[in-house]
Design a protein around this ligand. Structure first.
Ligand SMILES: Cc1cc2nc3c(=O)[nH]c(=O)nc-3n(C[C@H](O)[C@H](O)[C@H](O)COP(=O)(O)OP(=O)(O)OC[C@H]3O[C@@H](n4cnc5c(N)ncnc54)[C@H](O)[C@@H]3O)c2cc1C
Length: 304
């Protein structure tokens, strides 16, 4: 259970408040506002605030005085044109502020995205909760044989059980020691800022994360991708689902021109043209390295 009944009541009370405003509201996003969507075993993502909608992107692109909208079709066409041609600044006019609860090892990947504003829960000031990410059995997987930076099939039988037991018992022991060190019961008690250093990277932290839509799409492109680690990808997938309701035109353009698109080098384009003309192109005649050729073939041979 990621949220206590008190926290859920706070969220519900906030959702019950309605403010009259002259600001733009995105109806799809209003439905999501404040709701905490569970991710992993104790984590969540929730939208705390947002600014702008699809029309705001067009308004900025046209530098207009009013709503900026000519027609719905025009708006979608313009947004797709902007996305296609990397005219990115109009997308920066929309912003989103998220409250995220996530394991520390996921936070370490996430924080590499520097173009956001972050405020994290202070483990110097507060005591961390006894909450650790323990993967579901199907995600306790072996090292990948083909990708040094990935995982293969799920571990089976005794080995899977042993690994899960180690993860659970190490987490519990580390937290017991954390509590014992900070306790002021019959002792002075170690400072929280020091006691935390013994906690494992699967403990949960929380932060507020604010980012504009352009940089959020960059984050989603990298972290909702199949190559991203599962534990961050599930957060990216959840955020992507919310963004689809917030700015449906921009999200569709992002899916088409970023997520679903591929990047071809000059040699790849040349090889493709030659293939379309009926020429048989091999790695040796393509000008591509063996690895590039494999990646190129993966693109061409990908299932529909
Ligand atoms: C699958 C995967 C594997 C990865 N593996 C590793 C790894 O092994 N080791 C590792 O250290 N990292 C790794 N990373 C992290 C990666 O290298 C990036 O740090 C991370 O994805 C953030 O990307 P970014 O810098 O483009 O994003 P942001 O920090 O959000 O920046 C967005 C864009 O703004 C510009 N920008 C931002 N700050 C600066 C700046 N200071 N100077 C110049 N331009 C700037 C750049 O154009 C950048 O692309 C991995 C990421 C992925 C997705």
């Amino acid at each position: 259970m990621p949220l206590s009944p008190e926290q859920l009541a706070e969220i519900e009370a906030q959702r019950g408040q309605v403010q009259p405003t002259r600001r733009v509201v995105a109806p799809g996003m209003e439905e999501h506002l404040y709701t905490a969507y569970p991710v992993l075993d104790h984590g969540f993502v929730r939208v705390v605030d947002y600014m702008g909608d699809d029309a705001a992107i067009c308004q900025a692109a046209r530098v207009s005085y009013g709503k900026g909208t000519k027609s719905v079709q025009n708006d979608e066409g313009l947004i797709r044109y902007l996305m296609r041609h990397w005219h990115s600044t109009p997308f920066e006019m929309c912003e989103i502020k998220l409250h995220v609860k996530l394991p520390v090892f996921v936070a370490r990947q996430w924080i590499r995205h520097r173009t956001a504003n972050v405020n994290e829960y202070s483990a110097r000031y507060s005591i961390l909760d006894r909450e650790f990410y323990i993967p579901a059995p199907e995600h306790v997987a072996a090292q990948s044989a083909v990708n040094n930076q990935g995982r293969g099939a799920a571990l089976q039988g005794d080995e899977a059980a042993r690994v899960l037991e180690i993860l659970k018992s190490d987490s519990a022991r580390a937290y017991d020691n954390y509590e014992a060190m900070i306790s002021q019961d019959g002792q002075e008690g170690l400072a929280r800022e020091l006691a935390r250093m013994n906690l494992p990277a699967n403990i949960y932290t929380q932060w507020y994360w604010k980012v504009d839509l352009h940089n959020l799409f960059h984050f989603l492109r990298l972290r909702a991708d199949a190559h991203a680690q599962y534990e961050i990808r599930v957060y990216a997938d959840e955020i992507s689902r919310i963004v689809a309701d917030w700015v449906p035109f921009a999200h569709r353009a992002f899916e088409d021109y970023r997520m679903g698109a591929v990047n071809l080098s000059a040699q790849m384009v040349d090889s493709l043209r030659r293939m379309l003309r009926g020429e048989e192109v091999t790695q040796a005649t393509s000008g591509l390295s063996a690895r590039e050729w494999r990646e190129f073939r993966d693109i061409l041979d990908a299932p529909e």
